[in-house]
Design a protein around this ligand. Structure first.
Ligand code: ZN
Ligand code: ZN
Length: 414
């Protein structure tokens, strides 16, 4: 037997309704915010991600599925959705379309990491990207869209936001960080030491306990924001408050790459382990330029569907029911089976979920099977019913039976 690759998962027929529910909810929210779907390739040239995700990130350094194709090109399976969306935007000249341009995607993504609950090597993301607007209204709208999505799914998370400022306020802040960490470096991990020169902001990202005790008291970026960045952040916070969205400011949320700026946010839960972020996003005003386009502001988020699923299952969130036949039509012999097959066919053409026998089962066995499927009604056609042009219709919930004309079944089910 050949097994499924490590870190991947099958979606079984009995579970797919949960996926459809999350995806339908995502699409519904996107529609309400007038956001159009985009689809980009599963693989891109590796350079897109080394530039678009960042050469110093763990994702690019350790976790990418990179290979050389038969033409000798370096190809990478997408580890996230934003870089491909930005590439698409630039390559198709979308900067000349009316702004802002709002897009969403539901995509598989690939990262080579140690598989654990809710973290797979092939996983799925729902993400939104808004290109072309610098206004803090956009930040609030994107956060509101994420919050609406999570609320509709019935998952409880807390929203943490931060502003990491612009290039100019971050230069001041980096100086303050270096001053603070310099005397403590000897006691901190290797990664932090290497980040000290290159990108001190990312020290705040360190998950090592030994480093966390120092980062807790580090200077806060929010104390170093320039007047423009401060006004922008205040604007976001005020709009969120107006919408009744509760948030806390967490100065430790950082996106340590140059093209990130201002608003960053995470929706966090304690129900799915230590790194409980189910949805994260932020502004990346420098990304389009980094990838070769004209400078253009942008902001977005991505939510991990497997993590959401785990959270929903752990907290007993309500999924809708899986699909069930409205009616199962049972025949007894060749003639009545043919009639059952035809009635099912007619109902199916009208969009009714109708089932009939494909296994040559006895009527008793058909009833058993229909019950297992959760059919609402079972219609039986015997000799007499066939002659009278009717069926005996049994309501599987309350057990009541009635004779219904074959031509009236559809109306009866309405
Ligand atoms: Zn600034
Ligand atoms: Zn560290």
């Amino acid at each position: 037997m050949i097994n499924i690759p490590k870190g991947t998962k099958d979606v079984l027929p009995a579970d797919s309704y949960k996926w459809q529910y999350i995806e339908d909810t995502a699409r519904g929210v996107a529609r309400a915010f007038n956001i159009s779907e985009i689809r980009t390739p599963t693989f891109e040239y590796t350079e897109l991600f080394s530039r678009g995700v960042g050469e110093t990130t763990d994702v690019v350094n350790k976790e990418m599925y990179t290979f050389e194709d038969k033409g000798g090109r370096s190809i990478t399976l997408k580890p996230e959705g934003t870089a491909g969306a930005a590439r698409m935007f630039i390559e198709n000249g979308l900067a000349s379309s009316p702004m802002p341009l709002k897009a969403f995607y539901i995509t598989p993504a690939f990262r080579y990491e140690r598989p654990q609950a809710g973290r797979l090597r092939e996983f799925h993301q729902f993400g939104i990207e808004v290109f072309g607007s610098e206004s803090y209204h956009t930040d609030a709208e994107v956060i509101f869209a994420a919050s609406t999505f999570l609320n509709k799914l019935g998952v409880k998370t807390r929203l943490e936001i931060n502003s990491i400022g612009c290039k100019s306020c971050r230069a001041e802040y980096n100086k303050a960080l270096k001053e603070y960490f310099k005397p403590r470096l000897a006691e901190m991990c290797e990664t932090c030491n290497s980040r000290f020169e290159k990108n001190p902001l990312r020290i705040l990202d360190c998950k090592e306990e030994g480093c966390k005790k120092f980062t807790a008291d580090a200077p806060k970026i929010t104390d170093y924001l320039c007047p423009d960045c401060k006004a922008h952040f205040d604007g976001v916070k005020n709009l969120l408050s107006d919408l009744g969205i509760y948030y806390t400011v967490n100065p430790r949320i950082v996106r340590g790459l140059d093209y990130y700026s201002r608003t960053v946010f995470e929706f966090v839960s304690d129900e799915i382990g230590a790194q409980g972020t189910v949805c994260g996003g932020g502004r990346y005003d420098g990304l389009i330029e980094e990838l070769g386009g004209k400078p253009l502001p942008a902001i977005g988020f991505a939510a991990g569907i497997e993590r959401l699923m785990l959270l929903m299952e752990n907290t007993g969130a309500a999924f809708p029911e899986r699909q069930k036949p409205r009616i199962y039509i049972a025949g007894m012999d060749e003639k009545t089976r043919a009639a059952a097959f035809k009635i099912a066919a007619e109902l199916r053409l009208k969009g009714i979920n109708a089932e009939c026998d494909l296994m040559n089962r006895s009527v008793k066995a058909q009833f058993k099977y229909a019950d297992k499927l959760g059919a609402e009604y079972v219609a039986v056609i015997g000799e007499t019913e066939l002659l009278n042009g009717e069926v005996t219709l049994k309501n599987m919930k309350d057990g009541t039976q009635s004779a219904v004309k074959t031509t009236q079944i559809y109306t009866y089910l309405q």
